[in-house]
Design a protein around this ligand. Structure first.
Ligand SMILES: Nc1ncnc2c1ncn2[C@@H]1O[C@H](COP(=O)(O)OP(=O)(O)OP(=O)(O)O)[C@@H](O)[C@H]1O
Length: 326
C-alpha cells in the first residue's frame, strides 16, 4: 500500500478525489436515466450484502417501483429468514415478498448426494419461484417488470473474463455462473448492476452510507445453495440440516462472544469447521483460531448438538481450495 501510495501521490501527483458518496450519487443518476418513470424493477434478495446493497441503492433511486423477493428454500441458517426479513422491512423499508418454498426444494433434493447436481436442482427451483413471482407481479401491475437488479461485483467481472487467447469477449450476463441459477430466458429483463465496479469492502462502505445496519454488513457470507452444499450427502436424511444449523449457531455464538458449553449422544456424525478471512472475496486465508477458542467451541458443539461427536478443522486457503467445502 505504501509503494502504491507513494507512486500515485508523490510520483504521479494525482488527487485522492474518489469518494463513495459520489459513486452513490452517480449510480442513482444512471439508474434514473435507465429506468422509465412507469417501469418496474425486480430484485432477488439473498440476505447477503451484495443484493441487499444493490436493492437499497435502486430503492433510493426509484422507490416502490422496485419489487424484491426473498426465498426460504429450507436451506438457510438458524432463524435466518426472520432476521433477514426484519432487516429488509424494519430497517431498510424495502418492499419484499417472502416466499416459503421449503417443501418444494427439499422434495427435489431427496436422495441427491452429488454437490454439482444439488446446485443444478436448487438453481432450477429458484428459477421456478422467480418466474412465478414475475408472473404474479405482471398480473397485479398490468405490465411486465422491465429490469432486474443484480449484485454483480468487480471480482465477478474479473472471474468471468474468458481465458486469454480464446478470442471471446465478455458476456453481458457476467454474473450468470455466480448466480444461483440464471434467469428464465423468456423473462427478457434488462440488467441493472450498480455495484459492478466495486470490490466487496467497497460495497460494505457503500452499504454504510446507505444505512444498511452494521450487523448486516458484517454478516458471515453464505452461499446461495445454502446448507445443501455444506451437508456432504443427502440433505434430507438424519436431520442433517438441523444438526448443521445448530453447529453453525454455536460456532458463531462463540466467535462473537468467546464465552462457553450436557452430554447426550446417540449415533455420531463428524462436522468440519471452516473459517476464512478475505478482504476482496477473491482469495481467502484459513483463519488461525486460538487453541483455547477451539477447545471451547468443540466442547460446546459436542455437548450440545445431538448426533455430533467429532469436529475437524479445515486449514486450507483459497487457492488452491474454494471457500465452500463440497
Ligand atoms: N434465498 C434467496 N432468495 C432470493 N434470491 C436469492 C436467494 N439466494 C440467492 N439469491 C439471488 O442469487 C444471487 C446470487 O446468489 P449468491 O449466493 O451467489 O450471492 P452473492 O453473489 O454472494 O451475493 P449476495 O451477497 O447478495 O448473497 C443473489 O445476489 C440473489 O440475487
Amino acid at each position: 500500500m505504501e509503494t502504491l501510495r507513494s507512486f500515485l501521490f508523490e510520483v504521479c501527483g494525482v488527487n485522492a478525489g474518489w469518494k463513495m458518496e459520489d459513486v452513490m450519487d452517480e449510480e442513482i443518476k444512471v439508474i434514473n436515466n435507465m429506468v422509465g418513470s412507469d417501469d418496474h424493477v425486480i430484485c432477488a434478495l439473498s440476505g447477503g450484502v451484495d443484493s441487499t446493497v444493490a436493492a437499497t441503492l435502486v430503492h433510493r433511486a426509484i422507490g416502490d417501483r422496485l419489487h424484491c423477493i426473498f426465498v426460504d428454500n429450507g436451506l438457510l441458517r438458524y432463524k435466518e429468514r426472520e432476521r433477514v426479513m426484519e432487516t429488509f422491512e424494519r430497517d431498510l423499508h424495502l418492499p419484499v415478498t417472502c416466499v416459503d418454498a421449503t417443501e418444494q426444494f427439499l422434495s427435489k433434493l431427496k436422495g441427491v448426494v452429488d454437490p454439482e447436481l444439488k446446485r443444478k436442482i436448487i438453481g432450477k427451483e429458484f428459477i421456478c419461484v422467480f418466474d412465478a413471482f414475475a408472473k404474479e407481479l405482471e398480473n397485479n401491475l398490468g405490465k411486465k417488470p422491465a429490469f432486474l437488479v443484480q449484485g454483480t461485483l468487480y471480482p465477478d467481472v474479473i472471474e468471468s473474463c474468458p481465458p486469454p487467447g480464446t478470442g471471446r469477449t465478455h458476456s453481458h450476463t457476467i454474473k450468470s455462473h455466480h448466480n444461483v441459477g440464471g434467469l428464465p430466458k423468456d423473462m427478457k429483463l434488462k440488467l441493472i448492476e450498480p455495484l459492478k465496479l466495486l470490490f466487496k469492502d467497497e460495497v460494505r462502505q457503500l452499504g454504510r452510507i446507505l444505512t444498511v445496519p452494521y450487523s448486516f454488513l458484517k454478516r458471515h457470507p453464505f452461499p446461495g445453495p445454502g446448507l445443501a452444499v455444506r451437508v456432504l450427502g443427502d440433505v434430507t436424511e438424519d436431520n442433517a440440516l438441523d444438526t448443521l444449523r445448530q453447529v453453525f449457531w454455536y460456532l458463531l455464538e462463540e466467535v462473537q462472544a468467546f464465552g462457553v458449553q450436557g452430554d447426550q449422544r446417540t449415533h455420531s456424525h463428524v462436522v468440519a469447521l471452516r473459517a476464512v478471512t478475505s478482504q476482496d472475496g477473491m482469495t481467502a486465508d484459513w483463519y488461525h483460531f486460538e487453541r483455547e477458542f477451539l477447545d471451547d467451541v468443540v466442547q460446546k458443539i459436542c455437548n450440545n448438538v445431538r448426533g455430533v461427536n467429532r469436529v475437524a478443522l479445515d486449514i486450507t486457503s483459497k487457492p488452491p481450495s474454494t471457500i465452500e467445502w463440497e
